[in-house]
Design a protein around this ligand. Structure first.
Ligand code: ATP
Length: 239
């Protein structure tokens, strides 16, 4: 589905990613874990076209997408739920979700049933359903984060990039986010997940990559990484 090969990305003179390769097969959940500043967000931003790589390639369903604009990549079916709460504050919850479907209406992919998908998104995120007419800017931080995730789902995407969907959430909402990720997985949605809760991410994921200082240090089946002593010590609280 998504194939990243020897990717190099930097900001000005500072190189952040030093030739990383990641594969996300169709229908699988792949997680990228690593310490603060390792380059996880940078990887996501490069894949969705927000920053241009300096070397390497990014292929989505066999088509090179590195160098393409974000909107073009979204039209090809890649949804990005970015770190932080990027919602349209002065628009309602429903309007934010409807906008999420916009790239698919203008692209060459099947347009599908936007109204039906809106209802399904509301079912998946009951908190948003209760607040469907509320302005997004007046939602709590956690609710805004859910809205960003739900908006990504509204693209009816081939693949979703989820960057720290649980960041800053109360424990009960963290659980809800992971429940939602698991239900998306059960629906067959392909995902690349960056998460601070590495243990929970490796529970829901099929495969994992560890990013250290812009290089992949270890990768493997999620189950194997959960048992890897070095991964445990560094990212799973030593347990
Ligand atoms: P975190 O878990 O803290 O979000 P991360 O693994 O997502 O970390 P990135 O946000 O990708 O890390 O950042 C990787 C490195 O790139 C960091 O050293 C960061 O300071 C640097 N960086 C990120 N964005 C920029 C920018 N716009 N300009 C310059 N340097 C940047």
């Amino acid at each position: 589905m998504l194939s990243i090969k020897n990717l190099e990305v930097g900001y000005g003179k500072i190189q952040v990613l030093h030739g990383i390769s990641i594969d996300v097969p169709k229908g699988k959940v792949v997680t990228l874990i690593g310490s603060n500043g390792a380059g996880k967000t940078t990887t996501m931003r490069a894949v969705s076209g927000m920053i241009k790589p300096t070397a390497g390639s990014i292929t989505l369903q066999g088509k090179r997408v590195d160098g393409l604009e974000s909107y073009t990549i979204a039209k090809l079916g890649l949804a990005h739920s970015p770190e932080g709460r990027r919602v349209f504050a002065t628009m309602s919850v429903t309007d934010n979700l409807t906008l999420g479907a916009f790239p698919r209406l203008t692209g060459s992919r099947p347009k599908g049933d936007v109204a039906g998908d809106l209802e399904r998104a509301m079912e998946l995120f009951p908190r948003l359903k209760e607040r469907r007419n509320q302005l997004a800017g007046t939602l709590s931080g956690g609710e805004q984060q859910m809205l960003a995730m739900a908006r990504a789902v509204m693209l009816n995407p081939e693949i979703v990039l989820l960057d720290e969907p649980s960041m800053g959430l109360a424990p009960i909402l963290v659980e809800e986010v992971f429940r939602i990720i698991a239900s998306l997985k059960a629906r067959g949605v392909t995902m690349l997940l960056v998460e601070q809760f590495a243990a929970a991410a490796l529970q829901v994921a099929d495969y994992g990559y560890v990013l250290e200082n812009g290089r992949i240090s270890v990768h493997g089946e999620a189950e194997r990484l959960r048992d890897d002593p070095a991964v445990k010590a560094a990212y799973l609280g030593g347990g």
